[in-house]
Design a protein around this ligand. Structure first.
Ligand code: DQQ
Length: 463
């Protein structure tokens, strides 16, 4: 029986558990994606690093495990998240070994990055600076700054809130603590920051964090000077409640590309029964908007997956219009709507003919909100039905949405303003319908095009 919930054009391992993207690097013209992986089952456990490679950012090939815990070593309880850097021509992974949380290096041998050697000096950071009490000490993000290396760690100060700790090193081995790059208040941005990413973009600096216990990724944009980051704008990387612990890389074209872990929205038992858990988001190209907010768009390379297409419009929109003739569990849809007098727009996906199952994406124009209603996403008791919503404020009269539907994954890009990614697990094989409506007035569908999407696996097709 094919697995109806298993995505076909989003990356995931052949089986078992995956969480954070790690060690993203463009090396010798190929994209390498590593990820937190439990090779023993579809649950979070003793973490290893899985590995895959792509020449075009679209099609992926699975490679052998890159890192496994070394018995008796500083990572004996797990190889947790980290990054990859070019260490004077040697590809090098910088990651957290546990427990306790310490920072380690592994160097790659050969151009294909199949063999990794853990550095004899591990751990290169053996713990927090003496006297500093922290809520976490992990997930290094490393970059080159002038003649030295810089590193931030995800952390937090008890009773205060999350923080990113800044270090420097002349040689990647000896590290000096410089103080917190930035810290937050627990009431707003959680008690501990996981997976910090710090990078320049469009003349500013960006810090992305995954704050505990908020369960979402947030960004701040602002200025970096004198070892401090001063944010002036902030927001959610994605408002759908699924994307977490994203990692950003620079590719050879100078783009900043982001991948995030799309968490499951079903029970552990359902994951174990399926034999897999965790999906990677589509690669997203980051840009900075004039107001300092972060914008993410799917990488243009994904257009090579487009196959048969269907078009609708232009046509008036009032009440519901079914969108027929497409495979309703694997497509990309792009539409532009002139809002007219409508108070909102609703798009339904994965709808069964009688409406027993359906998922709604709703733009509430009066409230400036985009929301996802999963209350009837699945007849299964294992489906998470939590609704998610976030700020989405459209300046003019027109909206353009791009929706990527791939079995249990839905990614919605609302203009260049907001991303909403969610997970749904319809039970009925006929839950394939799509429908569109203008709410409380009349709008105009200016154009709508949808494409069937090809799978990303060439040589191997995991069932
Ligand atoms: N996942 C890793 C940690 C990180 C967390 C462990 C975030 O390094 O803080 O699997 O999902």
């Amino acid at each position: 029986m094919p697995d109806a919930h298993r995505p076909r054009y989003h990356f995931l391992p052949p089986c078992h558990w995956m969480n954070d993207p790690n060690g993203l690097i463009h090396w010798q013209g190929r994209y390498h994606l590593f990820y937190q992986h439990n090779p023993f089952g579809a649950w979070w456990g003793k973490m290893h690093w899985g590995h895959a490679v792509s020449a075009d950012l679209v099609h992926w090939q699975h490679l052998p495990l890159a890192l496994a815990p070394t018995p008796g070593g500083p990572d004996q309880e797990g190889c947790w998240s980290g990054c990859a850097v070019d260490w004077a021509g040697t590809p090098t992974l910088v990651y957290t070994g546990v427990r306790p949380e310490v920072q380690c290096l592994a160097t790659g041998e050969g151009d294909d990055l199949l063999i990794w050697h853990k550095h004899p000096r591990n751990p290169v950071i053996a713990g927090p600076p003496p006297g500093l009490e922290v809520t976490g000490f992990r997930d290094p993000c490393v970059w080159r700054e002038g003649q030295e290396w810089r590193l931030v760690l995800g952390s937090g100060f008890p009773g205060q809130g999350g923080a990113a700790l800044l270090y420097r090193s002349p040689n990647l081995l000896d590290w000096e603590y410089l103080g917190p790059l930035c810290e937050g208040e627990a009431s707003r941005t959680g008690y501990n920051w996981e997976c910090p990413n710090f990078f320049s973009l469009g003349g500013r600096h960006v810090l992305i964090i995954s704050p505990q216990p908020l369960g979402k990724a947030m960004y701040m944009t602002g200025d970096y000077a004198a070892n401090r980051f001063a944010p002036s704008a902030e927001g959610d990387v994605d408002i759908g409640g699924s994307l977490y612990a994203p990692q950003v890389m620079a590719d050879a074209r100078g783009r900043r590309l982001l991948w995030g872990w799309l968490r499951e929205g079903r029970s552990r038992e359902a994951c174990e029964e399926a034999g897999w858990a965790g999906v990677m988001s589509l690669p997203r190209v980051l840009t900075l908007l004039p107001d300092g907010c972060l914008s993410a768009q799917p990488a243009p390379e994904l257009q090579t997956l487009r196959r048969r297409s269907v078009r609708w419009g232009p046509r008036p929109l009032a009440g519901w219009v079914p969108l027929e003739g497409l495979p309703g569990d694997g497509l990309e849809l792009r539409m532009t709507i002139a809002l007219g007098s409508a108070e909102g727009i609703a798009l339904i996906v994965r709808r069964s003919p009688g409406g027993e199952e359906e998922t709604r994406f709703i733009y509430d124009r009066n409230a400036d909100i985009l929301r996802c209603d999963r209350s009837r996403a699945s007849l299964s008791p294992h489906q998470d039905r939590t609704p998610y919503e976030g700020h989405y404020s459209v300046a003019g009269d027109r909206i353009t949405w791009r929706l990527f539907l791939d079995a249990s994954v839905v990614e919605l890009y609302a203009d260049s303003l907001t991303c909403l990614t969610t997970r749904i697990y319809p039970e009925r094989p006929d839950s394939l319908g799509l429908a569109l409506a203008a709410i409380g007035g009349e709008a105009r569908l200016e154009s709508l095009e949808a494409w069937e999407m090809a799978p990303i696996w060439r040589a191997e097709t995991p069932s």
